[in-house]
Design a protein around this ligand. Structure first.
Ligand SMILES: C[S@@+](CC[C@H](N)C(=O)[O-])C[C@H]1O[C@@H](n2cnc3c(N)ncnc32)[C@H](O)[C@@H]1O
Ligand code: SF4
Length: 492
């Protein structure tokens, strides 16, 4: 694979390109995306897949574990995550008990304490759990899995739920990476989305994280929120960059009020117009690059010396359930409501409500409600999409060797569509490869979407990326269903 040719001082996209190609769509933390899952997968099938893994060569490979904690104390109006809003912290104890049962069922099928190289707590708000509950949960994970000494152990943190003492506790439990939800620092925006937190409090937490030895700090931002303006968001960009988080995730606000009830509290008239959203996005890209951040791809930035930025430069980027990563993709066991496991060529998603989750576990069943067994075409396209997303290049030789296809024939329609993107300077079409240009990296999602059979089918084989009217946009990001507008596809 050739190294990524993206120069770090490459020019940033103009408004016309952003309007045409910065389209909503899947984040491809998985392919096929979650909205293709079917109801014919259940706990039984998931159990069989896990048991099969125990007897194959994969048994020797490390895996990832994801734990979903759905509770939040208060609701942020923009939120599209799978969450349960409650002030009753006592509800957490029953949930930890249920996670213990689920872990037991998984462990029984895996047959051994499998080596884990990545562990992630997401939500909702994982820090809704008390320090004691987090300790108990960590002990249960250690009992059922073997955590590698150098494992990435990360947790999503709502800054309003934590102080330095709690951060210290997370560190003693072995967490070494933190992701803070910031979204926006402007007081008017914060009031409009019902999530108020000061720059000072976040600065103090990030400072303490460094002192405590956390390896990596990420900050989540959203552009397109109510009351945001290009000027106000430029201030947030400057304030965030001044805090020097190692990584920044910048998400476009996905407004789907028919699916996410809290979003109905957001007046459509308070949302910034499309032209302002574009100015926010291009301003943020320029602002972060000017302040020493590298653009990784798909809404992600990292400090130029961060391992992710180095991996990008050296063409060693991977993509897994957490988004871009320096670690190769591997099997993922996901625990908790709505969590999505990926084992071998299968996906399995857990039920989304607490009553269903508890009921399944009481009956001794893995709480899976839907999923997918990938077919041969899915596997070919998964490889193509991941090559585009990670290397910015699809070489035909390896994909032909792996799948016994003739790439120019198999992807004839895709290559035809890519010709239009080539005319806009986003890709170059070589005789035996597709190469994403430095400018194309800003639209790598749109390039990848060309290879997504399901999106293409839904769009009626009409104009794909570049056509803002793409009907599948909402569905592609959707919920029971769709892939997440954010990093993890459990959102929704
Ligand atoms: C699963 S949430 C959990 C983070 C944690 N509960 C917090 O609020 O700090 C992860 C991220 O999803 C993003 N997010 C949530 N709803 C979104 C939406 N409608 N559109 C875009 N991003 C969204 C936010 O940036 C948020 O930080
Ligand atoms: S953004 Fe985080 S804290 Fe707010 S409702 Fe969503 S999951 Fe809960």
């Amino acid at each position: 694979m050739s190294p990524d040719p993206t120069p770090w001082d490459c020019s940033i996209p103009d408004a016309d390109l952003l309007r045409r190609f910065d389209i909503a769509g899947p984040r491809y933390t998985s392919y096929p995306t979650a909205d293709r899952f079917r109801a014919d997968s259940d706990g039984q099938r998931h159990g069989e897949v896990l048991a099969l893994r125990a007897f194959g060569p994969a048994a020797q490979q490390p895996m990832s574990v994801y734990v979903h904690i759905p509770f939040c104390e208060s609701v942020c109006y923009y939120c599209a995550c799978n969450k349960v809003v409650t002030r009753h912290h006592e509800r957490a104890a029953a949930y930890v008990d249920a996670l213990e049962m689920e872990m037991g069922l998984v462990r029984r099928r895996l047959g051994a304490r499998v080596l884990v190289s990545q562990l992630h707590f997401g939500g909702g708000t994982p820090t809704f759990l008390s320090d004691r509950e987090l300790s108990l949960l960590m002990a249960l994970l250690h009992r059922n899995f073997r955590l590698a000494a150098d494992a990435e152990v990360s947790i999503e943190v709502d800054p309003r739920t934590i102080d330095v003492a709690r951060l210290r506790h997370l560190r003693t439990l072995g967490f070494n990476r933190l992701s803070f939800g910031v979204q926006d620092f402007d007081p008017d925006v914060q009031r409009a989305v019902h999530r108020e937190q000061s720059v000072e409090s976040v600065a103090a937490l990030i400072g303490a994280s460094r002192d405590l030895g956390f390896r990596s700090v990420n900050v989540d931002l959203i552009y397109g929120l109510p009351m945001q303006t290009p000027a106000s968001f430029a201030r947030t960009v400057e304030q965030v960059a001044a805090l020097r988080p190692d990584r920044i995730a910048l998400y476009g606000y996905a407004h789907l009020p028919h699916r996410f009830k809290p979003q109905r509290r957001i007046e459509a008239s308070a949302l910034p117009p499309a032209a302002d959203k574009l100015r926010m996005l291009s301003g943020a890209i320029a602002g972060f690059i000017a302040r020493g951040y590298s653009y990784i791809g798909m809404d992600h930035f990292a400090l130029a010396d961060d391992p992710l930025a180095v991996a990008k430069r050296e063409g060693r980027l991977h993509r897994n359930f957490q988004g871009y990563s320096t670690q190769p993709d591997c099997d993922l066991v996901a625990l908790g409501v709505s969590a999505i496991s990926k084992v071998g060529a299968s996906f399995s998603q857990n039920v989304k409500t607490l009553p269903e989750y508890y009921a399944a576990l009481r009956e001794g069943r893995l709480p899976v409600e839907r999923g997918l067994m990938l077919d041969q075409d899915d596997l070919v396209r998964r490889d193509a999409i991941m090559a585009i997303m990670c290397q910015g290049r699809l070489d035909f030789d390896p994909i032909e060797r792996s799948h016994g296809i003739v790439a120019t024939e198999y992807f004839a329609r895709e290559l035809e569509r890519l010709r239009r993107m080539a005319a806009d300077g986003l890709v170059t079409l070589e005789p035996r490869a597709v190469q994403v240009t430095p400018m194309g990296w800003f639209f790598v999602r749109a390039v990848a979407m060309v290879f997504d059979r399901y999106l293409q089918a839904r769009a009626g084989q009409s104009d794909m990326p570049g056509a803002p009217s793409l009907t599948s946009t909402a569905a592609a990001m959707s919920t029971d269903g769709g892939e997440a507008p954010v990093r993890f596809s459990r959102i929704l």
